[in-house]
Ligand binder design. Structure first.
Ligand SMILES: Nc1ncnc2c1ncn2[C@@H]1O[C@H](COP(=O)(O)OP(=O)(O)OP(=O)(O)O)[C@@H](O)[C@H]1O
Ligand SMILES: [Mg+2]
Length: 253
């Protein structure tokens, strides 16, 4: 582990901040993906951990930053056996212990290519702004219920008006999570997103593959389970969108 130069974008040292990324040259290739929604239980940790595990499975150096005091991402990482590709974890929700600076606590391996930030439920105001400042790509998971869809619309307005994602050129995409069938329930959200030029990136089905793989600190790309190919296909769209390989489908470009 190397102590790394602070990135000017991340120089702000707010409650969520202090993120230290590799030097300027590497920083150009680092992607910072924030998984966030103020609504609890919508799949933030599931998507964050599966994303980290996907990149690890591809031989990419991934770091998982857990901003949620529940520490679910760090618990997931703790289950991961040594024979699997390493993922660097940071318990970002913790305050640095005495004698330790925030920068030291948040240091990352020099070769880090992908940063995945797992946000806590209920986030709004300054903590949300601080987290958004650490990211260049935002994923908002939404469950297929009217209450969740309503809450997601409000949260996306917060991202636009309070966290000012457009002014910061941060891409925002929505992922429908725990979908049992292609449901009409998302139609109103789809219309809302269309009006804002925000893409509905993919649907992830409701499956025990996520639950079972997570018990071993793994994701669906490192796991064998019932209809797992279907799950991996659903992720392809999300990965392509994050990696910017779907430019023609993304109205934000
Ligand atoms: N696609 C899915 N299929 C089946 N179960 C899922 C799926 N996505 C999430 N879950 C389960 O739903 C529960 C909540 O998911 P998760 O912890 O990822 O949500 P969260 O948004 O991080 O919650 P919190 O707001 O508490 O941090 C977990 O038990 C998880 O295993
Ligand atoms: Mg969580």
């Amino acid at each position: 582990m190397q102590l790394l130069k602070s990135n000017p974008i991340a120089a702000h040292n707010g409650p969520a901040g202090g993120l230290v990324v590799p030097d300027a040259a590497s920083a150009r290739t680092v992607r910072r993906v924030l998984v966030v929604n103020a609504k609890g239980g919508c799949g933030k940790t599931t998507i964050a951990t599966n994303l980290a595990s996907y990149y690890a499975s591809q031989g990419r150096t991934a770091a998982l930053l857990d901003y949620d005091p529940q520490g679910s991402s760090m618990q997931w990482l703790a289950q991961r056996a040594e024979q699997h590709r390493a993922i660097h974890g940071v318990a970002a929700f913790r305050k640095p212990t005495s004698g330790m600076t925030r920068s030291w606590q948040m240091r990352l391996p020099a070769e880090t290519e992908r940063l995945i930030l797992d946000a806590p439920a209920g986030i709004h105001g300054m903590p949300l702004i601080d987290l958004v400042r650490e990211s260049d790509t935002i994923i908002v998971p939404v469950l297929p219920s009217p209450i969740d869809i309503h809450a997601a619309s409000h949260f996306i307005k917060d991202l636009l008006l309070v966290a000012k994602v457009r002014a910061r050129s941060i891409r925002v995409g929505v992922v429908a999570n725990r979908v049992r069938k292609q449901t009409r329930i998302y139609l109103s959200l789809q219309r809302f997103l269309d009006s804002l030029n925000i893409p509905f990136v993919t649907y992830l089905r409701d499956t025990q593959n996520y639950v079972q793989s997570s018990e071993e600190g793994l994701g669906i790309h490192e796991w064998q389970g019932y209809k797992i190919r279907q799950d991996r296909q659903q992720w392809e769209k999300l990965i392509r969108w994050i990696e910017g390989e779907d430019e023609q489908d993304d109205p934000q470009r």
